[in-house]
Unconditional design. Sequence first.
Length: 101
Amino acid sequence: MTASVEINGITGSIVLTGQFDFSAHRDFRQACDEILADANVQEVLVNFNAVDYLDSSALGMLLLLKEKAASGGKSLALVNCRDTVRQVLEIACFGKIFSIR
């Protein structure tokens, strides 16, 4: 998986490509750190458009990102989730924790 950062005004996006699992933790953490360090970013979007798989370690990484974003006063949303990704998020009840668009 790759994680790239796109910043557009006050919105920062982490664009994920590939399978989101434990092997992606380094790339994902670097992308998160880059976005969270930008004082202009007020909203963080995690874009799942090109992700077809995620596992429990990915869910843990998302929870850590949510915690860090909240402590920095930034909102967080999960966007463009494919059916398989959305099913995993629903089973984990992430709809109660995250904004999923």
